[in-house]
Design a protein around this ligand. Structure first.
Ligand code: HEC
Length: 184
């Protein structure tokens, strides 16, 4: 064996001996990057690879969460009429459903529309909310079906914001049912 082979063999033995860990608690010597030190980006750090400079990217436009049923109507007067004519509440007005509707109304609507639906909720009366919340007891609202309320909850109406992202479909129907059966 010539000299270089000896050096090569010697180096290999040295590398093998020194790269072992001794007690399984240390990583030993690190020649390349060990997996213990992740090269991956952290979610909330800057990232030059993306146009917006962020590591965590929003879902692709049009992405639908698993289980979500896209809503077919928009926040327009025509769609409100269409939704009211098309959508059907398949839930029965059982005491449990009405009770649930009352609870959800108390959480999401009462502060503006009032405990009895007259539009005099505490946020408006105390002047913390400037727009007069519509009365849900008007002639017009008495004539409108549950689906009309369902639509307004889902996409909002005028200055009232949408509540569809906060209230699941079944609860929207229960609120509409409660308004129709117990407030009006
Ligand atoms: C932050 C206050 C606020 C909350 C909360 C709120 N609304 Fe409204 N709502 C309004 C305002 C204000 C209007 C009138 C909007 C306009 O005329 O531009 C309105 C309008 C409506 C209308 C249409 C009435 C009509 O005559 O056309 C319905 C139905 C309705 N709200 C139902 C609800 C229900 C059900 C909830 C609970 C899920 C709710 N709102 C939560 C403020 C609110």
């Amino acid at each position: 064996m010539d000299k270089t082979k000896y050096i090569g063999l010697f180096s290999l033995i040295v590398i093998l001996l020194t790269s072992c860990d001794y007690n399984r608690r240390t990583t030993g010597w690190e020649y390349g990057r060990d997996m213990a030190h992740s090269a991956a980006y952290e979610s909330y750090t800057p990232n030059a690879n993306f146009a917006d400079g962020k590591t965590m990217q929003p879902p692709v436009a049009g992405t639908i969460p698993r289980g979500m049923v896209p809503y077919a109507f928009e926040k327009t007067d025509e769609d409100r009429v269409l939704a009211a004519q098309t959508l059907v509440n398949e839930l029965e007005p059982t005491p449990e459903n009405l009770e649930r509707g009352k609870r959800m109304y108390g959480i999401y609507c009462m502060q503006c529309h009032g405990d009895n639906g007259d539009g005099q909720g505490s946020l408006f009366v105390s002047k913390k909310y400037p727009y007069p919340p519509a009365s849900l007891l008007s002639e017009k609202m008495r004539a409108n079906p549950e689906a009309d309320i369902y639509h307004v909850i889902t996409v909002g109406f005028g200055v009232m914001g949408e509540h569809g992202s906060m209230i699941p479909p079944e609860d929207r129907w229960k609120i509409a049912m409660y308004i129709k059966n117990e407030l009006q």
